[in-house]
Design a protein around this ligand. Structure first.
Ligand SMILES: [Fe+2]
Length: 174
């Protein structure tokens, strides 16, 4: 099945460019996930709140598996596993570094939970898009692997969100 889309400016978007979109998206996630393995390690060590720290630590290990899974996706679609610099997660990591230099204690804990949630939301959007594109381009096995990671990201978001809500309730009770 060939996908042809007419853009508003009249140019044609063909299957080739959809393929590029898919592969470039994979490369960006491959970059982002590798950055996140280290970032989650830092978050786990730096966050005093036990629930949140535990969630970061578990998701760090899971993220390492997600890196491996992306390599399997590349293999599945016959593409070399390559990274492509991804600006959103990179900016979040830079912002975190800056904040952590200037803050500590409860404020840093709560900030870490927030930045963790932002990152998960980004990943959920990215994996959701790629799983859909994989299916659209007939790559069912790749779509399934991406959907598996998507579910893990959704669970990770839920855990860190619960930790932050619990944290806020405790702060109010103090
Ligand atoms: Fe991830």
């Amino acid at each position: 099945m060939e996908l042809i889309r007419q853009r508003r400016d009249g140019t044609i978007m063909t299957t080739d460019s959809i393929d590029d979109l898919f592969v470039e998206g994979l490369q960006e996630l491959y970059y982002a996930e590798q950055q996140l393995v280290d970032a989650l390690e830092t978050l786990a060590e730096q966050t005093d709140d036990e629930t949140a720290s535990q969630a970061f630590s578990e998701h760090r290990d899971e993220t390492q598996e997600q890196v491996d899974r992306l390599e399997q996706v590349f293999e599945q679609i016959g593409e070399e596993a390559r990274t492509r610099e991804e600006q959103v997660v990179k900016a979040l990591i830079d912002e975190h570094e800056q904040f952590a230099q200037e803050n500590d204690g409860d404020v840093l804990d709560r900030y870490n939970m927030g930045i963790g949630q932002k990152t998960e939301h980004y990943e959920i959007a990215a994996y959701g898009n790629l799983a859909s594109l994989a299916q659209k381009t007939g790559r069912d096995d790749a779509a399934e692997m991406l959907a598996e990671t998507l579910r893990e990201e959704e669970e990770a978001l839920e855990e860190v969100t619960e930790a932050s809500e619990q944290f806020d309730e405790e702060q109010v009770a103090d």
